[in-house]
Design a protein around this ligand. Structure first.
Ligand code: FES
Length: 528
């Protein structure tokens, strides 16, 4: 116990609250209806002095700035969002003494994490920042905020993982670059927690299977193939029960992700980012993250079944059996703006002559070119059919998917064929969204180092409330940065210019007019 004399008397307090300073602490002392109270003088909301507040009903303290109310005896916040710290106080020999003993680390951590959970459930960004900072200032592991956020959210995504986990992996890697700079690091951690809070907000629990099934790779891939999520979750549990860890699970889930053109490539991006999160947060996060990913794979839409991508399966067959390629014409390496069928043809013609990495670099460049020349009029058009809907975020996926393909197919080379063809799916699909009048030179980045530094700063103050937008900023940036390391001069030029244009262009957060137009178009068909 660290009892400290304050040199303040009850008589002093009878005239009103008095501030007692014991640096770095600052306490507000109150005498109300004969009872002595000591609380932190800094309001947990925005730090205004609680000694300037007023007391009613004997022990209810109101902060006059924004009307938060606290119980003086235990600090509980009655109106507002954060408890205030209280201290034991007593009168000895006519003077007020206060107990400045710190609670145990376990008590401190428990209290902070309870506060973080409240903030998470309310998606209270300010309090999320404060609680993570409390972890840091108390010498606790601030990345625990992400571990707990995953615990609190993983069973609240009805159709499983969202961009929240993928973006969290990127934010966490970004945070690691800011060691020693708490403000920048905090933004990265808070962005990750906030995105998870947003996507889980007001969702009930969607429980995972708890019945571990005898695992085999074929059984798991089969359950995913027939979209039996309960069986797939059980098989994954069985795999983990029998000792499989992420390094053994990753190739299986990569195969499942590339078995189809799943969810416009999100499935593969999520596999890559799940691995990063487990690597950075620890093996203990495998269960919630891998269960989520498995459920996602079961619910993933299968774009290769759409008419637009019907040649995907045929082309994949040809790549796997090169002797059947005679009937397919030679392609060209001038593929900017090429259609999907031309891209498929080109890949098939090149696959037996060039390494997958070289073909990847060409396709990455095409996807980078699409990012550079996206027609922003498409984003703003509203009198269009659903099939013409597009946004900036759509074209960024070509690059982030290409990044995931390079990383995962380099690890599991037997998967290059579907990976490359699916890159072509992106490139071909987006080829109809390009503006031939964009002048690439206008977006060229001359000083790459300065540009990257500027983007890093912009990321930390992006200004978007909806985290899906900041998620696309961070994931596109980090994918480009990773791909720069293996790209040639032309590839680097295109990727940097594309990122530059993307970041300098306005993003549209809502398509009110388009949605109204398309709703009318659909509903009226039954009445006209
Ligand atoms: S600073 Fe106290 S309620 Fe806002």
């Amino acid at each position: 116990m660290t009892w400290t004399r304050t040199n303040i008397t009850p008589q002093d307090l009878s005239a009103g609250p008095v501030v007692f300073k014991a640096p770095p602490r600052q306490l507000a002392l109150f005498l109300s209806e004969g009872t002595l109270f000591a609380v932190d003088n800094r309001c947990p909301h925005e730090g205004y002095p609680l000694a300037e507040g007023h007391v009613t009903e004997g022990c209810i303290l109101t902060c006059n700035w924004h009307n938060w109310k606290f119980r003086l005896d235990d600090g509980e916040c009655i109106i507002g969002g954060d408890d205030v710290k209280t201290y034991a106080a007593e009168v000895r020999n006519g003077q007020v003494w206060v107990d400045l003993t710190d609670p145990s680390p376990e008590e401190t951590a428990g209290k902070i994490l309870r506060g973080l959970r409240d903030a998470f459930q309310d998606r209270d960004y300010g309090r999320i920042c404060r609680e993570i900072t409390r972890l840091e200032c108390n010498g606790l592991d601030s990345t625990d905020a992400l571990r707990r956020a995953i615990d609190w959210s993983h069973d609240r995504f009805e159709y499983s993982t969202t961009h929240a986990y993928a973006a969290s992996a990127d934010w966490l890697r970004e945070a690691s670059l800011h060691a020693g700079d708490w403000e920048r690091r905090l933004v990265c951690l808070a962005e990750a927690v906030d995105h998870m809070a947003n996507d889980a907000l007001r969702h009930p629990v969607y429980p995972f299977s708890e019945s571990a099934e005898p695992f085999s790779e074929a059984a798991l891939l089969g359950a995913i193939e027939v979209q039996d999520s309960v069986m797939a979750e059980g098989l994954l549990l069985g795999a983990m029960t029998s000792g499989l860890t992420w390094p053994e699970l990753e190739p299986i889930l990569t195969r499942a992700a590339l078995a189809h053109y799943n969810s416009f490539g999100h499935a593969l991006i999520f596999v890559y980012k799940t691995g990063q999160l487990i690597e950075d947060l620890g093996e203990e996060m495998t269960r919630p993250l891998a269960l989520n990913l498995t459920r996602h794979l079961c619910f993933a839409t299968r774009e290769d079944l759409l008419p637009e991508f019907r040649n995907y399966g045929r082309s994949l067959e040809v790549l796997r059996n090169p002797g059947t390629s005679d009937d397919l014409p030679e392609g060209s390496d001038r593929l900017q703006g090429a259609s999907l069928s031309r891209l498929f043809t080109w890949i098939v013609s090149q696959f037996q002559y060039h390494s997958p990495a070289i073909i990847h670099s060409v396709l990455l460049e095409v996807n980078g070119w699409n990012l550079l020349t996206y027609d922003t009029d498409m984003m703003n058009a509203h009198q269009i059919p659903v099939s013409k809907n597009s946004s900036w975020l759509d074209v960024t996926h070509g690059v982030t998917f290409s990044n995931a393909v390079r990383i995962l197919c380099s690890r599991y080379p037997e998967l290059w064929a579907p990976g490359l063809l699916q890159m072509a799916c992106f490139a071909g699909r987006n080829s109809g969204l390009l503006d031939r009048n964009v002048a690439p030179d206008e977006w060229e980045v001359e000083d790459e180092t300065a540009f990257i530094a500027t983007v890093r700063e912009k990321l930390l103050d992006h200004g978007f409330r909806d985290p899906i937008f900041s998620a696309h900023l961070i994931k596109t940036f980090r994918a480009v940065e990773e791909e720069l390391a293996t790209s040639g001069p032309e590839g680097r030029r295109v990727l940097l210019a594309g990122l530059n244009r993307f970041l300098q262009s306005p993003l549209k957060e809502k398509h009110a007019r388009r949605l109204a137009h398309q709703a009318i178009d659909l509903i009226r068909r039954d009445f006209e």
